[in-house]
Structures are given as structure tokens and as C-alpha cells.
Design a protein around this ligand. Structure first.
Ligand code: PHE
Length: 453
């Protein structure tokens, strides 16, 4: 009896709420007061910099929108929950934000595995979710309420493989992947597929599990295969340790990796062992593009001189893309925001223009960065997907960007036309300009490599 009563009350409350706001997600936002957006991230744990940087980027964008009057006359507010880097916690946090905080939308997670745990909760409640940085294709496949602001791993794997082949002239590469991480497993496969297509060979494949601290056995096997580079598509804490132990067992070749390396902690953990290694990423703060430089200086000003990593930039863009959709949506119910998000076209983000395809994924360029002494990341090259032109103009203000409703100002070439050269020279790089100037590789993803628009 005692147990039945509260649940009956809850049901009655739910029914009343549904009546008031037809067509909304499970629970509807209040019609007055601030609009609450939920955020789920790893604010603590071995990937804490992912959550912390993302939260900074989100807050910066929100502050800008609020300064310009908010959305539909209301201010925006972000409610952040820490998942401690644990997938189950990410799911619980999403549920809590939806059921107790009545958020209109969710931002997060960074890690693909955790986004995949959150996504069914958002989908079921019809609350749109935008992941800033989860790159595994399966994330947005969870349902039509799930969106992302970043490129996906078939492209990222292609970028690393093309760079390994064209720039570094590599033929034999070994792989060390994290089998408990969907991102790592997926990206390893995407790299293998793309590198093999260049005529390269994968001469050893080893695995570990996120959180392991001893990688010597795997690294000893890898050393015996004598690769020219070691591809490690993992997260920064593991990669830092792997780099150290790789040098200890006598592996001297560079490590290659993906966006999961991006943290100021990578060098703190890896030290000189990681210097000279390369990874693909979403953007470089050294890029001279006005929209990037404007963002970098605003971020530094807001956060005590800190340089925004790609998590911060992606989170800033994801927030801008979401708020842009909320402005265009006919109301703030889940289905209306979802429809507006799905129509995102030419949103001028810091990390590139965002136009979502029918799978709710954008096509965006990637950069390759080289870890330098002291932990700085030198810009080496920028690689665009097929048919995409470098972005121009400013747009470093989330509140100034926006999906064009009229005609497209920078139309993409019709499919079937020859892709234009799409490597941006490293004009703004500090120490790698010479290296970048002799890149000269062909760029652009063959359409077979990338899902159709
Ligand atoms: N792309 C990674 C994933 O999907 C997350 C990540 C993005 C990490 C950007 C660092 C920087 O798991």
C-alpha cells in the first residue's frame, strides 16, 4: 500500500504534465524561468579533462547567448552531472536530468561508450541529445533524437592512415587498442581498413583494457614485429603510460593516435616518450582562421589564460548548434527542437561549418597535430572530406552563428565533381611550417570511405 501510493501520485503528476504540454518529451520544461539544458560529463576520473574542458566550452557559449537575450525571451541555464567516467553513471545522469530537472535537451557525453549508454534514455524520453565529441558512428544510430557536432571515425581513421602513408611514407604499422572502449575498437578498425587500402600492412595487433597500467607484454610483442609506427587509438591517460613503456621496451618509432589523446595531461603522463608522435584532432588553436582566433582569445580571457583544447571547442560548437536550433524551433518541446536540429545547415562553428546529414552527423575537416617538447601540439596539416572547401569569414561567436534559412552561401560542389585540393598549409603553426609545406598529399575522402550526405 505504502509503495503504491507514491507511484500513483507520480503517475497522476505525469498525466497532468502531459496534458499541459502536448507533443513534448516525457516531461516538459516549465514555460517561464530559465531554460535548463542538461550536461553529462566526466568531471572526475581518468578522463576528467574531457568533462572539465567541455563544461568550460558549454558555459562560454551559454554566457554569450544569455548576454544577447537568451532564447525566446528566456535565459539559459546548464545543469551538469558528473558520471566519473563510468558508462552506467552516464545513463543514470541522463535519466535524472530528464526526470528531475526537466531539461529541454542534453549535451554530452564525450566518450562514445558513455554516449551510447545515455542515448537510449534521451531517445525514449524524446529529449534531444547532442554529443559534442563522440565520434563512433553507432552513437547517432541509437535514434533520431541523437545528434553530434563532430566528424565520425571512418573519416578520422582515413585521416590517420592517409597521413601515415602520404606524409610519413609508412608501410608497416602495429596497433594497440582498448577493447573496453567502443571508440578505440571502432577507430582501430577504420584505420586498418584505410591503411590497408593505401597498400600498407598491419603487422601486429594487440589489445588492453581501459585502466590497465602494465602494457609490457603487448609492447614486447609489438617490438618483435618491428613496425615503423604504433597506432594507439585510446584515451590520454592510457596513451601516456603506453608511450613510456614503449620506450622502456625499446620501441623508438613514433606513436600515432586520434582525438582521444587530446589533454594537457598527455604530456604530463607521457613526458618525452610521447614527443614526436602524431594524432588526428578536431581543430588546432594555432589555426590562424579568424573564427578560431576569436574563440581562443575569448576562452583564454574567461578561463585564466588556459588554451582551449578540442573538447572545449567542440562543446562550444555543440552548444551553439543546439541553441541555434532552439531559436528556430516552433516551441521548446523535444520533438520541435529535434526537428530544428535535424535541419541544421551551415551553422558557423569554430571547428568548421556544421550541416547535418540524414544520419545527424556533420561533415567536417580534421587536423593532424605533432606533440612537441614541453607538451605543445604543433599543427601539421588539415584534411577535409571530399568536396568540402575551407571555411572562410568569422563566426567565433556562438551567439552570432546560425543556420542559414535562405540560400547556401558556399555551395558544396555537386557530387561527382573532382575534389579540390583540400590541405590547408600550416601557415599559423609555430614550428612545423616546413614540415607541413612539403605534405603535398592528395586529400579528400573517396566517397566509399564516407557515408553519403
Ligand atoms: N572521440 C572520442 C570518443 O568518441 C572522444 C574524444 C573527443 C576525446 C575529442 C578527446 C577529444 O570516444
Amino acid at each position: 500500500m505504502r509503495r503504491i501510493l507514491p507511484s500513483l501520485l507520480a503517475l497522476a503528476a505525469l498525466a497532468a504534465c502531459k496534458k499541459q504540454d502536448q507533443g513534448s518529451g516525457m516531461m516538459s520544461p516549465n514555460a517561464t524561468g530559465p531554460i535548463v539544458i542538461g550536461e553529462v560529463g566526466s568531471m572526475t576520473g581518468t578522463e576528467a579533462t574531457f568533462g572539465l574542458s567541455s563544461a568550460n566550452g558549454i558555459q562560454l557559449a551559454i554566457d554569450e547567448f544569455n548576454a544577447k537575450g537568451g532564447v525566446k525571451g528566456r535565459q539559459l541555464q546548464v545543469k551538469v552531472l558528473d558520471d566519473q567516467g563510468r558508462p552506467e553513471e552516464a545513463a543514470t545522469a541522463a535519466t535524472r536530468l530528464i526526470a528531475s530537472e526537466h531539461v529541454v535537451a542534453l549535451l554530452g557525453e564525450v566518450a562514445s561508450t558513455r554516449s551510447m549508454f545515455m542515448a537510449p534514455k534521451a531517445q525514449q524520453a524524446k529529449v534531444p541529445m547532442v554529443t559534442p565529441s563522440s565520434t563512433n558512428p553507432a552513437v547517432t544510430e541509437k535514434g533520431d533524437y541523437i545528434f553530434r557536432a563532430c566528424f565520425i571515425d571512418p573519416f578520422q581513421g582515413y585521416v590517420a592512415a592517409t597521413f601515415a602513408h602520404d606524409n610519413l611514407k609508412l608501410k608497416k604499422v602495429a596497433i594497440l587498442k582498448d577493447v573496453r572502449n567502443d571508440y578505440s575498437v571502432g577507430l582501430a578498425k577504420n584505420f586498418v581498413d584505410a591503411f590497408t587500402k593505401t597498400g600498407g600492412q598491419i603487422i601486429a595487433q594487440e589489445s588492453y583494457s581501459n585502466g590497465d597500467v602494465d602494457f609490457k607484454a603487448q609492447l614486447t610483442n609489438i617490438k618483435a614485429a618491428a613496425p615503423q609506427a604504433l597506432y594507439v587509438p585510446g584515451y590520454y591517460t592510457d596513451v601516456g603510460l603506453i608511450a613510456r613503456q614503449a620506450r622502456e621496451v625499446g620501441i623508438t618509432v613514433p606513436l600515432l593516435g586520434g582525438d582521444g589523446w587530446d589533454s594537457e595531461k598527455l604530456y604530463e603522463i607521457g613526458g618525452d616518450a610521447i614527443v614526436g608522435s602524431y594524432f588526428s584532432n578536431h581543430y588546432s588553436p594555432d589555426d590562424p582562421s579568424p573564427r578560431i582566433q576569436e574563440f581562443v582569445s575569448k576562452y583564454k580571457k574567461a578561463y585564466g589564460g588556459q588554451l582551449p583544447d578540442s573538447l572545449a571547442a567542440q562543446a562550444y560548437d555543440a552548444t551553439g548548434m543546439l541553441v541555434d536550433a532552439m531559436k528556430r524551433a516552433k516551441d521548446l518541446t523535444g520533438p520541435s527542437i529535434r526537428d530544428a536540429l535535424a535541419a541544421t545547415k551551415d551553422y558557423a562553428g569554430v571547428t568548421g561549418n556544421i550541416t547535418l546529414d540524414q544520419n545527424r552527423n556533420p561533415l567536417k575537416p580534421a587536423v593532424v597535430l605533432k606533440v612537441a617538447k614541453g607538451g605543445k601540439y604543433d599543427f601539421v596539416t588539415k584534411i577535409y572530406p571530399e568536396g568540402m572547401q575551407p571555411e572562410t569569414g568569422s563566426g567565433g561567436d556562438a551567439a552570432a552563428g546560425g543556420t542559414k534559412t535562405g540560400s547556401n552561401t558556399a555551395p558544396a560542389p555537386a557530387s561527382g565533381t573532382t575534389p579540390t585540393p583540400t590541405t590547408a598549409p600550416a601557415t599559423g603553426a609555430t614550428s612545423s611550417a616546413s614540415e607541413a609545406s612539403n605534405t603535398g598529399q592528395k586529400q579528400g575522402v573517396p566517397s566509399a570511405e564516407h557515408p553519403k550526405k
